[in-house]
Design a protein around this ligand. Structure first.
Ligand code: T5A
Ligand code: NA
Length: 217
């Protein structure tokens, strides 16, 4: 009997947004809510600071002195950090597990392009990564994000830079039909309610579709 049952895959759900837009808060809640709906899921984040590339990235981000790595080199490391995870993410999806990802290639492009590098060059290294089924973009004014806990600690946490990042995200959003913009300047539970509704719809819609391996290609 089991062999004849249709194979269902999980959905790849990506969260994006500027620093302190609430991605980690919402992804953690979403995992709990999916579990209460008996939907298997895992939560991953990029950068994954636990791998070899992740350790280099973490030290780059936490230092405020002149960086040893060029803008191009750190960009490629962030991308390598995602490529390292492809097999694990794909295996989970094929197993029927929904994969929730806190930042992905869109952050990769937005933060490097905000330094003035060409947006299309920035997309290059992530071309061909697993394609998200849904990108939830946490929309928030930078002034609001800046008042939230922890803002100001790491290399990129400056208001002027975050405004540029926000502009780059806007350009990426215009090119991509899988983006859903969520007003992130609201109470946590209200935001989560919208997210759960959207995510359940997407999980149902894509369950029999093939996994995409063609981000930006
Ligand atoms: N980066 C990342 C690149 O340059 N290239 C790349 O390829 C990638 C993947 C680290 C940096 O790396 C850059 C981008 C980043 O600058 P990170 O580790 O994801 O990326 O960053 P973190 O510092 O861990 O997380 P963020 O700053 O992005 O914060 P979140 O996850 O958006 O926000 P969250 O949920 O932690 O909330 C922040 C604070 O706000 C409160 C929370 O309690 C918390 O104190 N909060 C709210 N307050 C009021 N109302 C709400 N609705 C709230 N939601 C959360
Ligand atoms: Na976070």
């Amino acid at each position: 009997m089991l062999a004849n049952m249709p194979r269902r895959r999980g959905a790849l759900i990506v969260f994006e947004g500027v620093d302190r837009s609430g991605k980690s808060t919402q992804t953690a809640l979403l995992t709990q809510n999916l579990s209460s709906h008996q939907i298997p899921s895992i939560l991953r984040r990029f950068p994954d600071r636990t791998s070899t590339t992740g350790a280099l990235i973490s030290s780059y981000l936490s230092s405020t002195s002149e960086p040893e790595l060029s803008d191009e080199a750190i960009h490629l490391l962030f991308s390598a950090n995602r490529w390292e995870a492809v097999k694990e993410l794909e295996d989970a999806l094929l197993n029927g597990t929904t994969v929730i990802v806190d930042r992905y290639a869109y952050s990769g492009v937005a933060y490097t392009a905000a330094k003035g590098l060409d947006l299309n060059w920035c997309k290059g290294p992530d071309k061909g990564l697993l394609t998200p089924d849904l990108v939830i973009y946490m929309e928030i004014p930078i002034e609001v994000a800046a008042t939230r806990g922890g803002f100001g600690g790491e290399r990129y946490e400056k208001i002027e830079f975050q405004e540029k990042v926000r502009g780059c995200f806007k350009q990426l959003k215009e090119q991509d039909p899988t983006w859903r913009v969520i007003d992130a300047d609201r109470p946590v539970e209200e935001i989560q309610k919208d997210i759960v509704g959207t995510v359940l719809e997407v999980i149902e819609r894509v369950k029999e579709m093939p996994i995409g391996h063609d981000l930006w290609s």
